[in-house]
Write a protein that binds this ligand. Structure first.
Ligand SMILES: *Cc1c(COP(=O)(O)O)cnc(C)c1O
Length: 333
C-alpha cells in the first residue's frame, strides 16, 4: 500500500512510542500489556484525530480552502483537534456544537470546551440535540462563501475513507515498529466509535498481510450495529486504496459489554480502568473512549479471553482533556 500517493501533512515527528506496562500488567495478573501512545500524537493534546486530519487537512489545502467547518459534542476531541490543525495551518475554523442534553453547554466549561475558546475558534454555534448536523454545516459553508472565503466541511464522525487512511498509516507504522523492536504481539485492543480508527487499522493490517487480531471495544452501540459500521469502513477504505476488497467480515471483532449506560456516560468499570492505569503507570485515559476501551481490555483479561504469556497491545487514542470535565465522577472518595 503506497500511501505517498495521497497528500499528507505531518503533525507528529516520528513514531508514537510503544511502552510496556509492567505494573499495570502485574496488577491484572494476566498477559503482558503494551500501549501504543497515540495520545502523544501532535496537535493540541494529541489523540487519534491527529492522524485522520493529516490526510483530510492536506486535501482541504490542496483544494485551496481557507476555513474548516466541523461539528461534534460539547466535549469533542475531534472539534478540538480540527481547530488545532486550523491554527497550525493558518486557516479559519467554525464549530457546530451539539448540545445533546439540554442546558449542558457552558461557555465557561472545562476540558475540550475550554480549549475551543483558548484556541479561539472563529465561531462556535451551539445547537440543540438531534439537529441535522449536515444541513447546519452546509449553512455555515454558505455563510463563509458569502464572505468571499472557501469552506471545507469535515463530517463529524470523521470516518471517511480519506480520514481512515490515518489508521492505515498507523498500521504501517506499527508493523515497522514491532519488527524493529523484535516484538510479537498476540492481540490489539482499540476503542470503536465511528469505526474510522478500528476500520482503518484493520484495513492497514490486512493490506500488509499482518494477521494480529484486533478487539474493538464499542463506546456507543451494540455489537451487531458496530460490526456492520466498521466493516463498511474497511470495504470503503480498501476500495479507495485499490487493494483487494474481499476482506472477510469476521476480522471485525467487537465487544459491547463496556459502554453502558450509553455514549459518554460513566460506568464503574471505566472509573476503575482510569484509576488503575493512572495509579500503576501514571498514564491518563479518558472517560468517553479510552477508559471504556481499557475497561474492555481488563474484562477480557479477567474472563480469560487474553491468556497469561500472551502479549496484548492497547491502542491509546487520546482524549485525556475530557477528564477535566468529569471531576465529580472521579472525586468520590
Ligand atoms: C474519536 C475518538 C475515538 C473513536 O475513534 P473512531 O475513529 O471514531 O472510532 C477514540 N478515542 C478518542 C480519544 C477519540 O477522540
Amino acid at each position: 500500500m503506497d500511501l505517498t500517493r495521497f497528500p499528507r501533512r505531518r503533525y507528529t515527528e516520528g513514531y508514537t512510542p510503544i511502552e510496556k506496562l509492567p505494573r499495570f500488567s502485574e496488577a491484572l495478573g494476566g498477559p503482558e500489556i503494551y500501549i501504543k501512545r497515540d495520545d502523544l500524537l501532535g496537535l493540541t493534546g494529541g489523540g487519534n484525530k491527529t492522524r485522520k486530519l493529516e490526510f483530510v487537512v492536506a486535501d482541504a489545502l490542496a483544494k485551496g480552502c481557507d476555513t474548516l467547518i466541523t461539528c461534534g459534542a460539547i466535549q469533542s476531541n475531534h472539534c478540538r483537534l480540527t481547530l488545532a490543525a486550523a491554527v497550525k495551518e493558518g486557516l479559519y475554523c467554525r464549530l457546530i456544537i451539539e448540545e445533546r442534553v439540554p442546558g449542558t453547554y457552558d461557555a465557561k466549561g472545562s476540558g475540550n470546551n475550554f480549549l475551543y475558546r483558548l484556541l479561539d475558534a472563529e465561531k462556535i454555534k451551539v445547537m440543540s440535540g438531534g439537529i441535522d448536523e449536515v444541513a447546519e454545516m452546509e449553512k455555515t459553508a454558505q455563510e463563509v462563501e458569502a464572505e468571499g472565503r472557501k469552506p471545507y466541511i469535515i463530517d463529524g464522525s470523521n470516518a471517511s475513507a480519506l480520514s481512515a487512511l490515518g489508521y492505515v498509516a498507523c498500521a504501517q507504522e506499527l508493523t515497522a515498529q514491532l519488527f524493529e523492536k523484535d516484538l510479537h504481539i498476540d492481540h490489539i485492543v482499540c476503542p470503536s466509535g465511528s469505526g474510522g480508527t478500528h476500520g482503518g487499522l484493520l484495513t492497514g493490517l490486512w493490506g500488509s498481510n499482518t494477521d494480529i487480531p484486533v478487539a474493538g471495544i464499542n463506546v456507543r452501540r451494540s455489537k451487531e450495529l458496530q460490526i456492520a459500521k466498521v466493516y463498511d469502513v474497511v470495504k470503503r477504505t480498501a476500495q479507495f486504496l485499490g487493494i483487494a476488497s474481499d476482506v472477510p467480515k469476521d476480522i471485525v471483532v467487537c465487544f459491547d459489554d463496556y459502554y453502558m449506560p450509553g455514549y459518554s456516560l460513566p460506568n464503574d468499570k471505566m472509573i476503575e480502568a482510569v484509576k488503575l492505569l493512572a495509579r500503576t503507570e501514571g498514564i491518563l485515559v479518558d472517560p468517553v473512549y479510552t477508559g471504556k476501551a481499557m475497561a474492555g481490555l481488563i474484562g477480557l483479561v479477567r474472563n480469560g479471553y487474553f491468556k497469561k504469556g500472551e502479549k496484548v497491545l492497547f491502542l491509546h487514542t487520546g482524549g485525556s482533556p475530557a477528564l477535566y470535565a468529569y471531576l465529580d465522577t472521579f472525586l468520590t472518595e
